[in-house]
Design a protein around this ligand. Structure first.
Ligand SMILES: [Zn+2]
Length: 351
């Protein structure tokens, strides 16, 4: 199975300043980990390009794009308390968004249907008209919108396992059914959106699936969420492409959140999604990096995902994670989501 990888020196040029957790070293740590993988030589180095203005226009408003482009002419442009651009950031963001688009294009026209885009700045908090939460351009949203507008697809699923809710992505597709957005995130937590009752509207009703989870969720808890909600809904939706907003800040060592996932937990999430991609989407699954701020946890998580994509991982606990009864606090979070979505999805529980 060919697994594609996108890396590019441009991504290292975006600089949030000293002490900021979203730093270029994140990508260096991942690269170092990936080079150590026994199958590293088999990974396919994919070409990238900048996103076009027409592609950015699918998600972002012209006035915001103009302002972002103007940041090229200033030393620093401040967007919010923790989001800024230097004169190099726009080019990094253009390349980050274009890389997500080109990985999707590759999945549609070549044998490299599984891939991981190791880009930054991240994207899922970026709204149509503003930068937010370390994010300038919404990479996953732009790639999904382009897959519909230019790739001829009408069922794209975005699965967002970053520990934060992807408010920008959710809002982009709230009224559409051709892109389903499913997020599992810590709540309450930044940015505060992603409550159970936010299900989309109009034609998009039921196609925004928010799964807010209490802090402290383990690999077993995430397995419960996958089995009881995510996988049944994805199978009913039958996506032609899965884009994963792959953040690793739900890792147990992450400094910005309180979840307890291990590398094995990220592998298990990937196994589930690859199964759906193989069954419905001719194997097309594109991972786009979002957050993840503990360098070792980040690198281990990405390597675990790549091992599953390459078909060389070993499930160290087959069936173990799902044999336990879910903790009551997780069971009640899961039933709230199932109840909220029962008019849209039948969600047979496959456990
Ligand atoms: Zn995050």
């Amino acid at each position: 199975m060919s697994v594609g990888l996108i890396e590019h020196p441009e991504f290292l040029k975006h600089d949030n300043g000293r002490g900021h957790p979203e730093r270029p070293e994140r990508l260096s740590a991942i690269s170092a980990g990936v080079r150590e993988l026994p199958f590293a030589a088999d990974l396919v180095e994919m070409q990238t390009r900048n996103a076009s203005r027409a592609e950015l226009d699918l998600v972002h408003e012209p006035a915001y794009l103009d302002r972002l482009e103007e940041s090229r002419t200033r030393e620093v442009t401040i967007f919010d308390g923790d989001t800024r651009a230097t004169r190099f950031s726009f080019d990094a963001a253009l390349r980050a968004a274009g890389s997500a688009v080109s990985a999707v294009e590759e999945s549609l026209k070549s044998e490299v249907r599984r891939s991981f885009v190791l880009n930054r700045p991240p994207g899922h908090h970026a709204e149509a008209a503003r930068a937010m939460g370390f994010c300038l351009l919404n990479n996953a949203a732009i790639a999904a919108a382009a897959a519909v507008a230019h790739g001829g697809l009408d069922r794209v699923a975005i699965v967002d396992w970053d520990v934060h809710h992807g408010n920008g992505t959710a809002h982009t597709f709230a009224s559409r059914s051709d892109v389903l957005y499913l997020s599992m995130h810590q709540s309450p937590h930044y940015p505060g959106t992603g409550q159970v009752h936010e299900i989309g509207s109009g034609a998009g009703a039921g196609h925004t699936v928010n799964i807010p989870l209490p802090a402290g969720c383990t690999d077993a808890d995430y397995a419960t969420v996958m089995d009881a909600i995510a996988l049944p809904i994805l199978r009913e939706y039958a996506p032609q492409l899965i884009i994963v907003s792959a953040g690793f800040d739900a890792h147990r060592n992450d400094p910005l959140a309180g979840m307890l996932l291990t590398a094995e937990g990220f592998a298990a999430l990937t196994r589930g999604l690859v199964g759906v991609a193989d069954e419905f989407a001719e194997g097309r699954i594109v991972h786009v990096l979002e957050g993840g701020y503990d360098l070792n946890g980040l690198a281990d998580g990405v390597c675990a995902v790549l091992s599953v994509l390459a078909g060389v991982d070993i499930d160290s606990h087959p069936g173990k994670a799902r044999s336990n009864q879910p903790r009551p606090v997780v069971a009640s979070a899961v039933s709230a989501v199932r109840a909220q979505h029962s008019e849209f999805w039948s969600m047979p529980d496959e456990r």
